[in-house]
Design a protein around this ligand. Structure first.
Ligand code: GLP
Length: 234
């Protein structure tokens, strides 16, 4: 795991955008896994300013709330279109995001998982981290899922993500999310971490143990992870 500590959010975002831009320029038909949340917003903004060619990029997003309509301002579909996909030349047909308004979530997840396996995993997977150490919506637990599935959100996660919704009761209790296989099948994982609220999760990420109670700690087992973090997370 390569760890880069930045002085602030702007520096982290600039470095992250450079890593993503390098991937796009060196392999114009890359498969890229995108993350949502407040952390990658600055990197996406910079990517848009770089005016890169996304015409042959294929994207797979980590997750989506369930159930939630695409048009809901808090859907990850909307987030990705407002912050990146709507601002670059990625073809609609190359975009993959689990469908939060599907009628059969189990079939939707199986289908998503099959697509991920068929494409051979992502070249670059961007990740954030939850305050409780979750990645995507893989929450701390005794057993963690390998496949894309319908997962329940922890109370901690609902509380943390309620800042985006009008009230905590509006946060969906479930999500459709990649499992560990989808994330670990990436050839390069780029983990972005910013802010004091992540300090506990960072401790578990950097110590010499792994635990399913801190899902991000498992990333220590992946051969190529770049962590770009701000100094206040430590
Ligand atoms: C959500 C997402 C995660 C993301 C996390 C942290 O729970 N499912 O993929 O990493 O939020 O978000 P933020 O960057 O806003 O702290």
């Amino acid at each position: 795991m390569k760890k880069i500590v930045c002085k602030d959010y702007e520096e982290m975002s600039a470095m992250a955008a450079d890593v993503i831009a390098f991937q796009i320029k060196s392999k114009p038909d890359s498969v890229i896994g995108f993350a949502t949340g407040s952390t990658p917003v600055g990197a996406y903004k910079r990517l848009v300013e770089m005016d890169l060619d996304f015409s042959r990029i294929t994207s797979f997003n980590l997750d989506e709330y369930y159930p939630l309509e695409r048009d809901n301002p808090q859907s990850y579909y909307r987030f990705m279109h407002d912050n990146l996909f709507g601002l670059v030349n990625i073809p609609d047909g190359n975009i993959n995001i689990p469908d939060g308004e599907c009628e059969n979530p189990i079939a939707e997840c199986e289908d998503y998982d099959k697509k991920l396996i068929k494409i051979g995993g992502t070249d670059l997977q961007i990740l954030g981290i939850g305050n409780n150490g979750h990645i995507a919506f893989i929450e701390p637990n005794d057993d963690l899922p390998l496949a894309t599935g319908v997962f329940e959100l922890d109370d901690d996660t609902i509380a943390a993500n309620s800042r985006f919704f009008e009230n905590a009761g509006d946060v969906p209790k479930k999500a459709l999310s990649m499992g560990l296989r989808g994330i670990f099948n990436s050839r390069h994982i780029l983990l972005l971490i910013s802010g004091k609220a992540k300090a506990n999760a960072v401790k578990r990420l950097l110590d010499e143990t792994v635990s399913t109670q801190a899902p991000a700690s498992l990333l220590k087992l992946h051969p190529k992870v770049t962590v770009i973090m701000t100094e206040d997370t430590q």
